[in-house]
Write a new protein. Structure first.
Length: 163
């Protein structure tokens, strides 16, 4: 399966919302508790510095997506943040890696100097291993920083990558 990562288009929004909401509804990675709707999703994606989608080159199906935006403003405006969502039907097939690699290149093109992740859930081992393989540095842990869907608190880990 060939996969291309590209900038999203308006026609992609419904599938982006579906993929994003899978992660929100899992309740194990994103801080959001409310799923995106057609209206809130379009506004949310439009507000980002960049949104990328991973597309199956043969079928045109969207397999995953990411958002890229500033992590802060002013004197810390060179810091960016990114979030990734991969469709549950293709997780574990390298789509996440393609999205992260693309986001690092895109962040640099957008003029950012550092990518920082504020809240990687400690039990999200596959994401953490991927980030570390790609050169992200673990900064530390915030105990009980994430409220899991099942009602318990999980530690979160902070990461950064100099671009």
């Amino acid at each position: 399966m060939g996969v291309t990562v590209r900038e999203y288009a308006t026609d992609d929004i419904a599938e982006m919302i579906r993929i994003w909401n899978e992660v929100v509804e899992d309740g194990e990675a994103f801080p959001q508790t409310e799923p995106l709707t057609e209206s809130t999703g379009a506004d949310f994606f439009a507000a980002q510095t960049f949104c990328g989608v991973a597309e199956d080159e043969d079928s045109g199906e969207l397999l995953g997506m990411y958002i890229l935006h500033p992590n802060n403003t002013g004197r810390c405006g060179h810091l960016c943040n990114s979030s990734y969502a991969v469709s549950s039907s293709v997780r574990g097939r390298g789509i996440g890696r393609l999205l992260v690699e693309h986001s690092l290149r895109q962040a640099k093109r957008e003029g950012f100097g550092v990518m920082q992740f504020n809240a990687v859930v400690e039990s999200n081992v596959s994401a953490r291993k991927l980030y570390e393989r790609l050169g992200f540095i673990e900064l530390g842990t915030i105990p009980k920083g994430f409220f899991m869907k099942d009602g318990h608190y999980e530690d979160i880990v902070l990461y950064y990558h100099q671009l």
